[in-house]
Design a binder for this molecule. Structure first.
Ligand code: SF4
Ligand code: SF4
Length: 66
């Protein structure tokens, strides 16, 4: 599943954009948006978001958040 951004928690810091291997994230609107077409569902963005603003329904490919 493609992760979901919680806009109430996202501060638009751009960290997720930096770490996304697929260039699937855009923060030009002040919050992260994930392009589902490019996302390969690796979960890296969620793991690196210190604001816990990127939610995934369940661990993907063995990546875990804590
Ligand atoms: S790392 Fe988290 S807080 Fe920063 S832009 Fe991405 S989703 Fe938002
Ligand atoms: S799950 Fe992976 S590919 Fe998809 S937006 Fe996050 S870092 Fe990018």
């Amino acid at each position: 599943m493609v992760p979901r951004v919680n806009r109430e928690l996202c501060v638009g810091c751009g960290k997720c954009l930096e770490v996304c291997p697929s260039d699937a994230i855009d923060t030009s609107q002040g919050y992260a948006r994930i392009n589902e077409e490019f996302c390969e569902e690796c979960g890296v963005c969620s793991a690196f978001c210190t604001y816990r603003a990127i939610e995934i329904e369940f661990p993907l490919r063995g990546n875990h958040l804590d």
